[in-house]
Write a protein that binds this ligand. Structure first.
Ligand code: 13P
Ligand code: SF4
Length: 326
């Protein structure tokens, strides 16, 4: 019954008693299952507070690569849990809600990407980690927003490169490295929604505020940014920079750690083009503390992968980890 439920809904639909101390229950389950909870900065604050490790995509992959836990509970999105499974084929990897996808990963369907790649047979393929395992399997090296420049610069200058799937990160890298890369035309629904016009108005009201942006943002926003970096990069910048106010152009989940690390500083989420909470990632936010608890209690839903794709996707991820460690 539960398995049918998961197949249809993607998560366990069981009522959690409202008076249950979920933090204590999750702590007990971690010990019982020898489980580690890995959480991305975009998760809701409660999940971040219960996690053993919080990080950006690179940090999470590195943590997954070295964990000795038997069970990895991934509070993030599907491609991140897949990466953990690829690096740990014999471990159990749980994702609180299997429907937690990614608009950027969805913008590169494997069949279309294979055809695109065939048009450039002599190019090397660097894919941003926000893609499916199938697309990873069609790639030579994976990168994340924190090591993308290093990965691109590790490739000989005369080697043609396809970069996928994020066109904004790709354009930013072309600018930074001077490399003429062929770009796949994908974007993230959260990072392309920021309104430059509203950000500039906000800057008038907060003249001392620094604009900090994730490289998935559009070029017009990046051009005005005082600092551009991955979520870890943005967090570190707010900790070390003497500035007191920051307009943050990325998903709002990161503000939790920024505020914890610098309680006296002010963090303002960059405004989106309309008035909804569009800079909350709807995929990341499918995970809740209740679903995290249920998935640890019942050890479901488990991430299961086709072993052939899993193995083919492993090498480009390992190449990324090797280059990153240099
Ligand atoms: P990083 O984790 O590399 O900062 O990327 C952010 C993101 O959009 C993850 O989906
Ligand atoms: Fe994907 Fe964007 Fe959500 Fe990150 S923030 S998981 S790139 S949709």
């Amino acid at each position: 019954m539960e398995d049918i439920n998961i197949a249809i809904k993607g998560f366990l639909d069981i009522e959690v008693p409202p008076d249950l101390d979920l933090f204590a229950e999750i702590d007990t389950l971690k010990k019982e299952r020898n489980a580690i909870v890995l959480a991305h900065y975009y998760q809701e604050p409660d999940i971040q507070d219960v996690a053993d490790y919080i990080g950006d995509s690179l940090g999470l992959a590195q943590e997954a690569a070295k964990t000795t836990a038997d069970c990895i509970v991934f509070a993030g999105v599907h491609f991140m849990a897949e990466t953990a499974k690829i690096l740990n084929p014999d471990k159990k990897v749980l994702l609180p809600d299997l429907r937690a996808g990614c608009s950027l990963a969805d913008s590169a369907p494997a069949a279309e990407f294979r055809a695109f790649r065939q048009k450039y047979p002599n190019h090397l393929v660097i894919s941003y980690i926000n893609c499916s395992a199938e697309v990873k399997a069609l790639s030579d090296i994976i990168c994340t927003s924190s090591n993308a420049q290093k990965i691109v610069e590790s490739v000989p200058r005369d080697q043609g490169i396809i970069f996928a799937p994020d066109r904004n990160l790709g354009a930013y890298l072309i600018k930074r490295t001077g490399r003429d890369m062929v770009l796949w035309n994908g974007t993230c629904m959260v990072h392309e929604i920021f309104s430059l016009e509203k950000i500039m108005k906000l800057k008038v009201r907060h003249p001392e505020a620094k604009l900090i942006a994730h490289p998935e943002c559009e070029e017009a926003v990046l051009r005005e940014a005082d600092y551009i970096g991955s979520t870890t990069g943005l967090l570190k910048f707010t900790q070390t920079d003497p500035g007191r106010e920051f307009i943050v152009a990325t998903e709002t989940g990161i503000l939790h750690q920024m505020q914890l690390a610098s309680p006296d500083k002010t963090f303002i989420p960059a405004p989106p083009t309309n008035n909804c909470a569009c800079n909350d990632c709807p995929h990341m936010k499918l995970n809740t503390l209740e679903k995290l608890y249920l998935c640890m209690k019942y050890e479901k839903p488990e991430l299961v992968m086709d072993p052939v794709i899993r193995e083919a996707a492993r090498r480009p991820i390992e190449r990324m980890l090797e280059i990153s460690a240099r």
